[in-house]
Design a protein around this ligand. Structure first.
Ligand code: GLU
Length: 422
């Protein structure tokens, strides 16, 4: 069957499928294997009636897509955003499969999403929506089935409401069903920093390979949520200069260096960067094309596309977001040959790696120090980097292709060993 005619059809799902096809071509995989490996295993669509503060009821739509469960429980975040689509969630679930397999986690891939503009909700409304979503997906998930986590638009507090709702059903507290929880209820030290930490770790490692020093490193970050701000803090601490930041309200440029902590407290007070005084305002499009050593897209998909790929002025493109670069932009960047791309499934994998550590701690009821978490994280990142570089040489392909073909081939090996149910 053609995956272009499924309910997942969308430009983002197609982007994930095309990436898969490139890797499958390199590996020489048979078409039948490709089709069954790409297609999500199952999805649920849920309707979420929520009482608003004004007494009216609004019904939201939500999804959970489980792409693959061949190597363990499915794993992946829950996104709350007004532009969520089922096709987007399916693409994100597919990327989780390759990401978990690439970095050696015993997980499949999944993703969830709700179509909602969280900025239009009060805190009690957000709580009611989070609980309703969990109530509806509870029969489909579990610590051994599918383990959600935060993504764009959700955070520790949302995870806390969700794990509480699930546990009320179970009749006992069951922390292993969700990761990215607050520390007080079984979260892991280092989980909040983990995704940004892995972005920063890879930036430092690849700049090291290029013999570029912290003092020569200028960084532009598109998206200033959990991933962008934590990457900024880690790179600033290392000695890099953050010269541009942005969120959906616009960006700021400061060639002398943005004070990251000040920007973070501005967002904590005002919810967005709007009104920030620490740099010259510019648009997100202008920000992407600033001359810099490192560009970090850390928000949504497809921000690097055929309109701006030829104009990028960075040496390293570190993908904190999932799917920020379209297939057309990949081609342009590969042809240019002057940008080192650290692909999403590798670059932002620290989030799900520490989610795995959180889950292990929950299952054992035995908690680790932050040093232990970071030491284990860095080891896992170094191993993944080495295996990607190996494959890149072996197949003489791009780093994205190398990362994907590694992740994909491990999933296919597991599927082949288990066999098709007769
Ligand atoms: N949403 C994050 C990601 O895209 C984290 C997923 C997780 O921790 O399960 O990798």
């Amino acid at each position: 069957m053609s995956l272009q005619n499924t309910i997942y059809q969308s430009s983002i799902f197609l982007q994930a499928c095309r990436q898969f096809d490139r890797a499958a071509d390199i590996l020489g995989l048979p078409t039948g294997v490709c089709e069954r490996t790409k297609q999500p295993r199952r999805c649920v669509v849920v309707s979420l009636p929520v009482r608003l503060d004004n007494g009216k009821v609004e019904t939201f739509e939500g999804y959970r897509v489980q792409h693959n469960l061949s190597t363990g429980p499915a794993k992946g975040g829950i996104r709350f955003h007004e532009h969520v689509t089922l096709g987007e969630v399916a693409a994100l679930a597919m990327w989780m499969s390759w990401k978990c397999s690439l970095v050696g986690l015993p997980y499949g891939g999944a993703k969830g999403g709700v179509i909602v503009n969280t900025h239009s909700l009060s805190k009690p409304e957000l709580e009611r929506l989070s609980r309703r979503y969990m109530q509806e997906i509870a029969p489909f998930i579990g610590p051994n089935v599918d383990i959600p986590a935060p993504d764009v638009g959700t955070d520790e507090q949302v995870m806390a409401w969700m794990v509480d709702t699930y546990s009320n059903h179970a009749g006992h507290y069951d922390p292993g069903v969700i990761t990215g929880k607050p520390m007080a209820i079984g979260g892991s030290l280092g989980r909040r920093e983990a995704t940004g930490e892995s972005v920063a770790w890879f930036v430092k490692a690849y700049l090291g390979d290029l013999r570029i020093k912290p003092g020569e490193t200028t960084v532009v970050i598109q998206g200033f949520g959990n991933v962008g701000s934590e990457a900024a803090l880690a790179l600033e601490a290392w000695g890099a200069k953050i010269i541009g930041i942005s969120d959906f309200t616009g960006g700021f440029h400061n060639p002398k260096g943005i004070n990251v902590r000040e920007a973070i407290s501005h967002v904590a007070k005002n919810r967005t960067l709007r009104g920030y005084m620490g740099g010259n305002p510019l648009t997100n499009n202008e920000l992407m094309e600033l001359p810099c050593m490192v560009l970090i897209p850390a928000a949504l998909e497809q921000v690097i596309n055929e309109n701006n790929a030829a104009n990028l002025k960075c040496r390293v493109l570190a993908e904190g977001a999932n799917g920020p670069t379209t297939n057309a932009a990949d081609k342009i960047i590969d042809a240019r040959g002057d940008i080192e791309v650290i692909p999403d499934v590798l670059c932002n994998s620290g989030g799900v790696i520490v989610s795995y550590f959180e889950w292990l701690q929950n299952l054992q009821s035995y908690y680790w120090s932050k040093e232990e978490v970071f030491e284990k994280l860095h080891k896992q990142l170094a191993k993944a980097k080495a295996s990607v570089e190996d494959k890149k040489c072996q197949y003489n392909c791009s780093r994205r292709e190398a990362a994907l073909l590694l992740g994909i081939s491990r999933v296919i090996e597991a599927k082949t060993k288990r066999g098709l149910f007769p």
